[in-house]
Design a protein around this ligand. Structure first.
Ligand code: PLP
Length: 402
């Protein structure tokens, strides 16, 4: 959790600016706000890092991905290809804009693969919600080839991959729109928050309007503006934006430190022949928030997890068993258990979610153990952690009955 590791005077200063004026609302109140526009400055900081033409701060990564889908034109009845390994928000967002998720295979990048997308295409496929997982980036050249060939709408959920880039382009900016999360667990946090990015002005304008009940934000008097579209309240408050701003300023240095720490950990762990690492579309663009180790198979990974728990090794996720990140534990989704009816429940679906066959995904996620990289790690703590991980893996690799 690098962002929260560094919470300090800079964050407090930005919050105090807002507290001094009491203007917690991101729009208007020009005379009272003493020229403090934290949401706007937060957006500018995100644009500076990603080179996005447009950035729009919102209440969460979940509302940002839902808005990215809607503003990109994805809605009722559209089939959208999604990964079975993601935070469930990506799939919920597709469902809640009225569209129908279709699951496709990921690969060792931990993201959808071009092959997986191609195999999941149907005549009704309208778009792909690509998720850049664990701080990394997907194999964009091959994915973009499919997107272009099939004329699909690409929306990127880069909720976990702010500041990650592929061959110079930042995640979130390959398709129509993308989103980042600034919740408590990300490279930078706003407490709660999200940012939508796009290079397309039309998409940006739709997102701006949609995320604030249709307000056009043109004119002086709130309540008297035009409302070109219906929308909802996905606004960020100035307090959250203030924290997001201070944290985002830290990201270039966090990323540099993360990369250094991840490199050393990989060097140390690669001495163990049983350990390999997840791939990245572009290793040099990694935001390096996660150290993703792969073991030879699911059984050995599960034994390694048990060994690490017994040895008191902390700070890792075994996503294969996680309730919110992996499809095996999403029975509510497979059964479409909802509090009220969604379009996906009354429209024809091309996939039975209870009969999905995703062997590559099962294999990769079964083998994956992810450690959160910390900026506060020292060389000694990293050497100690790597030795413990390696030791647990060695124990896990011994024949079970030996
Ligand atoms: C890939 C992904 N998408 C979306 C989200 C949702 O973000 P938030 O918690 O800000 O709503 C997350 C949060 O963990 C995420 O990891």
């Amino acid at each position: 959790m690098p962002g929260t590791e560094l919470f300090g005077a800079e964050e407090r200063k930005e919050i105090n600016d807002v507290m001094q004026t009491g203007i917690l609302f991101r729009y208007g109140h020009d005379a009272q706000r003493n020229n403090h526009w934290k949401a706007k400055e937060f957006e500018a900081e995100v644009r500076k890092i990603t080179n996005a033409k447009f950035a729009h701060a919102m209440s969460s990564g979940s509302t940002a991905i839902a808005t990215a889908l809607a503003a990109s034109g994805i809605g009722a009845g559209d089939e959208v290809i999604v990964p079975p390994f993601t935070f469930i928000a990506s799939v919920e967002a597709v469902l809640f804009v009225g569209a129908i998720p279709v699951f496709a295979e990921i690969d060792e990048t931990l993201c959808l693969s071009a092959l997986g997308i191609e195999k999941a295409l149907t005549p009704k496929t309208k778009g792909v919600c690509l998720v850049h997982m664990c701080g990394g980036n997907a194999d964009m050249d091959s994915i973009m080839a499919v997107i272009k060939k099939r004329n699909l709408i690409l929306v990127e959920d880069a909720g976990q991959a702010f500041a990650s880039s592929y061959k110079g382009t930042y995640t979130g900016l390959f398709g129509k729109a993308g989103s980042y999360s600034f919740d408590f667990f990300k490279i930078a946090t706003a407490g709660e928050g999200g940012v939508l990015v796009t290079n397309d002005e039309e998409t940006y304008k739709k997102a701006d309007v949609y995320s604030d009940h249709g307000h056009s934000h043109i004119g002086e008097k709130r309540g008297m503006e035009a409302h070109p579209y219906l929308g909802f309240n996905y606004r960020i408050s100035e307090l959250h934006a203030a924290i997001g701003l201070a944290q985002t300023r830290r990201v270039p240095s966090i990323k540099q430190t993360n990369q250094k720490h991840k490199k050393l950990m990989q060097e140390l762990l690669s001495k163990n022949p049983h350990i390999s690492f997840a791939k990245l579309g572009d290793e040099s663009g990694d935001s390096a928030t996660f150290l993703n180790i792969l073991l030879p198979d699911t059984a050995s990974a599960q034994r390694a997890v048990d060994e690490m728990n017994a040895a008191g090794v902390a700070g890792f996720d075994y996503w294969f068993k996680n309730m919110y990140h992996f499809i095996n534990q999403w029975q509510h989704l497979k059964d479409l258990s909802t509090v009220s009816k969604l379009p996906a429940q009354i429209l024809e679906r091309s996939q039975d979610y209870n009969k999905l066959d995703l062997p590559k995904t099962q294999e990769v996620i079964g083998r994956l153990i992810s450690f959160g990289v910390k900026v506060s790690w020292t060389e000694n703590s990293m050497r100690d952690l790597a030795a413990k991980i390696s030791d647990c893996v060695n124990k896990a690799m011994k024949p079970v009955n030996a």
